[in-house]
Structure formats: C-alpha cells, structure tokens
Design a protein around this ligand. Structure first.
Ligand SMILES: Cc1cc2nc3c(=O)[nH]c(=O)nc-3n(C[C@H](O)[C@H](O)[C@H](O)COP(=O)(O)OP(=O)(O)OC[C@H]3O[C@@H](n4cnc5c(N)ncnc54)[C@H](O)[C@@H]3O)c2cc1C
Length: 440
C-alpha cells in the first residue's frame, strides 16, 4: 500500500477462513479488525460458531503448505501439541470397496490434529500480528453503504456486552468469512442488488463421531485409516490419530443414511462399511465420549463471479463462497487458497475490484476443488445433478487410476497429490501414470 491514507480492513468471522484472510491482509493493509460473535478464548475449545469442529478435520497438503508459508514453524508447533505428522500417501491407509490402495511416499505432509487445536494455533499466530485486533463476542448485523449503495463503508455490529447498542466499524474493505450461513447475500438484496447465483449438490450427508483413547489402532503406525464411501459401498468411516493421545472416528452415510448416536448402533454402522479394521479395533478401544452427529444437506457454491457488478469495499471467501461435501476435506485448503487471492488483490493502491477478485477466487481457489467434489458426488447414482460428458469421462478415468493405485504406489501418490490440491489434474495423465493403467 503506497497511498498516504491508512487502510483498514474488517474481517467478519474468525474461523479458519477469517484468520487466514487476516493474515493475508496484515501484509497489505495498515489495520485489520477481526470480528466474531463467539468468545475467542486462548487455547483450544469447542465453540458455538464452529459445530463441525468435533468431527474429523484433515487439512489437505496444499492447505498445510500455505499454513506453513504464512506461519513458519506452525507444523512443528502443532506436532509439539500432539498432532500426528507423516506422509499423505505413505502413512495413510486408504480403502475403497474393501481393497487398500498401495502405499508410497508422495513427499507431502499430512498433519492430523483436532480442529480446535489447529484453529487455536493459527489464532495465536494471527493475534501476534501487530496490526491485527480482535473484537470477539461481537455480532455483525449489517453493512453500511455510502449514499448511493455502490460502496460498502463499514460493518454494523452489536456487542454481547451491550446488546442494545449498534456500533459501526468503518472500513475500506469488508471481508465476509461468516461461513455457509452468511447473511451477506441477503444484506445485498436488501440494498437492491440482484441475488447471488447459487449451486447446490444435495448429498444428504450425516457425520457421526466418537473419540477413543489411542492404544488399539486399526492400522498400527499409520496416521489414519480412511474407508471411503463408494457407489457400491456408500458408507464410510475415517479413523485418525490426533492430539491428546486420541483417535477420532467419524462414520458417515449419504442421502439420509446415518450412523446412530447410541454406542451400539454406532459400532454396528462402523462394522457395516466395506472393510473391517476400524470396527475390529474400536470394539476393544476405550471410548472417551458419546457419539455426536452433524447433518450436511448439500454442497453449496455462491457464484459471486457471475455477478455483472458488485459493491466496492466488500469481498468474501471460505465457506461463505463455497461449502464442500466435507468427506473430501477441502474447505480449509480452499480458504487458504482464497487468502492468497485476497493478498494479491489488496496488494495495490485502493480497494480491490470485486469483480476481478471473485473471478480470480473462482479460478485459482475454488474451481478445481469443486470440480473434483462434484465428480465424486455425482458418481453416486441417486445424487441429483447434471452429468456432463466431461464429468462422465473423468469419472471413468479416475476409476482406472484408482484401480491401478491398488497395486502401484507411484499412481497412488500421484492421486494423493492431485486430491491434495498440490498438483493439477493433468499430473494423472502423464506417460508414467498412463503406462500403469490397464487397457491404456
Ligand atoms: C462436518 C464437517 C467436517 C468438515 N471437515 C473438514 C475437513 O476435514 N477438512 C477441511 O478442510 N474442511 C472441513 N470442513 C469445512 C471446514 O470446517 C470449513 O471449510 C472451515 O471452517 C472454513 O470455514 P469458514 O471459516 O469459512 O467458516 P466457518 O468455519 O463456518 O466459521 C464462520 C465464523 O463466522 C462467525 N460468524 C457467523 N456469523 C457471524 C456474525 N453475524 N457476526 C460475527 N461472526 C459471525 C462464526 O462464529 C464462525 O467463527 C468440514 C465441515 C463440516 C461441516
């Protein structure tokens, strides 16, 4: 920023996307204010605004790389706090339709940690930035616009300590990181802006999660076992070693199928997936809590990039723009990619051009993750959606890649790098990978 005036950004929502937005803006703005309606205590703890935090939460390899770039040493800090670290392909046991994928190191780190611990570490690092301040227990209730509502000039807030007083936080830029339920699209239509186009893929997913003491493990030495739901076996279970000497076990079903929350029903569901190892280990493991459920009706993408015009002084990122089927573990990484885009678009003088920002956010942060997620979701015959020739061809090709990955560690590692959003999908079409496919 080279102009004389100090530039102030207000980030609304202090979960992973908001924290990463604040980190990006700390380089390009003079002052960054982060607002959240929850109380943000030091250290990990469950909080109301992030109910998904109790369930398994893996960060993809690209997200881990960006975290480490933004907060050098954070991987070591997480490991010191109990995170289990290894290779995303060599130390993770992937099972599909009862068959395990071959294992070979991909060169990419998997950091297995509970969501509250991850968020607490990132928050601590953001709090340490000199030009970032936090206003917690503060709810955003609206935006302020200049007389002709072309430009957002601030955020209307209410503090939990003074619920009758609406305060305006003036800003040059507001970043909406309020998550999937963000009220910003409604605030815009209230001002006469057209509705933000939305796309949904109804998946009817339910996560049910229970924690166990580490000791009896389904695949000793591995970070996690991921028995993936497939069209032939549409129930999945993930068992990951995490901080606190614990294992988190998340079982999931789609289209209304759900693991029960009573301990016996939960174990029966875990037993019904395509491979027995998690069930066999959990029968003897010590549970640390009762199972809890979370329903995720549909993936949701808000197509801001399709708006012909948008008010200046307002952008969005993270789940408020795109909330993915969580079984692919993409949300936090897409938020991290979004922070990179935000940093680029705020590096110059003046406010970012929102139309250009959302175009680049779609292209550089969201499109590839959405393409992968949609292709996977639409492989389930009862999931509604348009199966374009490209999607069908890609599903057929990925099926062959996965078949080869059962015997060939190089192919499995290449696949892990693509779904980790590190390599582009073309990396699965190199001569070496093709040579490993049957009927090529
Ligand atoms: C069950 C489940 C499992 C998941 N597993 C994974 C995984 O394995 N890997 C992965 O990468 N992602 C996963 N995700 C997605 C991941 O949780 C999100 O992508 C990530 O938290 C980033 O979201 P966000 O910061 O945009 O929004 P959120 O995490 O939803 O946070 C929104 C924040 O905004 C605050 N807020 C909301 N409204 C207001 C308001 N009016 N005023 C002030 N503050 C407000 C809330 O308190 C909250 O702090 C999962 C999601 C679910 C539902």
């Amino acid at each position: 920023m080279t102009s004389d005036r100090r530039r102030r950004a207000v980030v609304v929502g202090a979960s992973v996307a908001g924290l990463l937005a604040a980190r990006a803006l700390s380089d390009t703005c003079d002052e960054v204010v982060v607002v959240d309606r929850d109380e943000l205590v030091d250290g990990p703890g469950r909080r109301r605004g992030v109910p998904q935090g109790q369930h398994v939460h893996g960060i993809l390899a690209r997200g881990q790389q960006i975290l480490e770039e933004y907060f050098p040493g954070v991987t070591g800090e997480l490991e010191a706090a109990g995170a289990v670290v290894g290779d995303v392909s060599g130390d993770v046991r992937w099972i599909m339709d009862g068959v395990a994928m071959s294992k070979a190191d991909s060169g990419l780190l998997a950091v297995s940690v509970s969501r509250p611990v991850l968020e607490a570490h990132v928050r601590r690092r953001v709090r340490a930035l000199a030009n970032v301040t936090f206003h917690d227990r503060t709810e955003a209730v609206g935006l302020t616009f200049d007389a002709w509502p072309r430009r957002v000039t601030g955020v209307r807030t209410v503090s939990r300590d003074h619920p009758d007083v609406v305060r305006v936080l003036p800003s040059d830029l507001v970043v909406d990181t309020m998550g999937r339920g963000s009220p910003v699209p409604r605030w815009l239509t209230d001002q006469g802006w057209p509705a933000v186009p939305e796309e949904r893929t109804r998946i009817g997913l339910t996560y049910t999660t229970r924690h166990y003491r580490e000791g009896v493990e389904p695949s000793p030495g591995d970070i996690s076992v991921d028995i993936v739901a497939t069209p032939d076996s549409p129930r999945g279970v993930i068992c990951a070693r995490i901080d606190g000497g614990r294992q988190v076990v998340t079982a999931y079903g789609i289209l209304g199928d759900a693991a029960p929350t009573d301990p016996e029903g939960f174990l029966d569901f875990v037993k019904s997936v395509s491979s027995p190892e998690v069930y066999e280990a959990m029968v003897d493991a010590e549970p640390l809590d009762d199972p809890v459920s979370y329903r995720f009706p549909a993936s949701l993408r808000r197509r801001y990039e399709r708006m012909a015009s948008l008010p200046e002084g307002l952008v969005a990122m993270g789940d408020s723009v795109c909330s993915f089927n969580p079984t692919y573990g993409q949300g936090m990484t897409v938020a991290a990619l979004g922070a990179l885009v935000l940093g680029e678009h705020t590096a110059g003088d003046g406010p970012p051009d929102p139309v250009a920002y959302f175009r680049d956010l779609a292209r550089d942060a969201v499109d590839e993750a959405w393409r992968q997620a949609l292709g996977n979701d639409l492989a389930f015959p009862d999931v509604e959606g348009v199966r374009t020739p490209e999607i069908l061809a890609d599903q057929e090709y990925i099926g062959r890649v996965l078949a080869a990955a059962q015997e060939n560690g190089m192919v499995a590692a290449a696949y892990a790098r693509v779904i980790g959003l590190v390599d582009r999908p073309e990396a699965l079409r190199t001569p070496a990978v093709r040579a490993a496919l049957k009927d090529e």
